[in-house]
Design a protein around this ligand. Structure first.
Ligand SMILES: [Fe+2]
Length: 251
């Protein structure tokens, strides 16, 4: 099965539209959504409407912003801007979309044999997987050979290579407009496609992936979108202006 892998849209409809347009001819069977549909951006309802419209075509899990913006949790761990945005989002979400977000399962979720998705890590949906030793703890907790995760908004990959007596774990960033990777049959991977709607790796373009689990091939893309329009809508919505400004820099 080939999957469209989407994470951390954060209410950015302009970015999501550009990604869907870019992926239109890429022949994927299902969508994997790794969490954080909303929070920060000005179009939470459009993004959740799209997720709902996919029906059985999507395997979706919640992110920490979905949990807070839907009212399942407080925003006490959020910074001031994220908290303001979560309150704004909670007020704007339609009843159906609020219910959808509340019902999203917490990851990890097994999509098919050997393929698992989660938001932060396999151990904690709020954990940021930046460091190799944290990635190792997640990889040791499962037999799955490919784990797709989000939350950091940094396109990246951890590869565990079984060695003679000791395993080798390597990390790499996925940068550039298009990256194609063939995953080794005996190695195990944690892969972050990056964020559709709020890049944080100094590249403002939207990030997403196509993953072919039968061929173990990953295609990673960066897509330009009308960042200025997304920024303007955040300003006009009365959200903290910094949430729009940071989109310009991917920061
Ligand atoms: Fe996020």
């Amino acid at each position: 099965m080939r999957y469209l892998v989407i994470s951390d849209v954060h209410g950015n409809w302009e970015a999501l539209q550009a990604v869907l347009r870019h992926a239109r001819r890429k022949r994927y069977g299902r969508v994997l959504f790794l969490g954080d549909a909303v929070g920060y951006g000005a179009s939470p309802n459009l993004v959740v409407d799209w997720l709902r419209s996919l029906g059985q075509k999507v395997v979706a899990i919640r992110g920490n912003h979905d949990r807070v913006c839907s009212g399942l949790d407080t925003a006490e761990t959020f910074n001031r801007y994220a908290r303001e945005a979560s309150e704004w989002t909670h007020r704007r979400l339609s009843p159906r979309n609020l219910a959808y977000l509340r019902d999203l399962p917490e990851g990890p979720a097994e999509v098919e044999r050997g393929l698992v998705i989660c938001h932060g890590s396999l151990l904690d949906e709020d954990e940021y997987l930046f460091a190799v030793h944290d990635a190792q703890a997640s990889l040791l907790s499962t037999q799955a050979s490919v784990i797709l995760f989000g939350h950091t908004h940094v396109p990246s990959l951890f590869e565990l290579r079984p060695g003679d007596g000791h395993d080798i774990l390597q990390a790499r960033l996925l940068a550039g407009r298009r990256t194609v990777l063939d995953l080794e049959p005996d190695n195990r991977y944690l892969i972050n496609p990056g964020s559709v709607g709020q890049a944080r790796d100094r590249d403002p373009r939207a990030a997403y992936a196509i993953y072919d689990h039968d061929r173990r091939r990953l295609y990673h893309y960066r897509v330009e979108y009308p960042v200025e329009a997304a920024r303007r809508r955040i300003h006009q919505a009365g959200l903290p202006p910094v949430l729009g400004d940071r989109l310009l820099f991917g920061a």
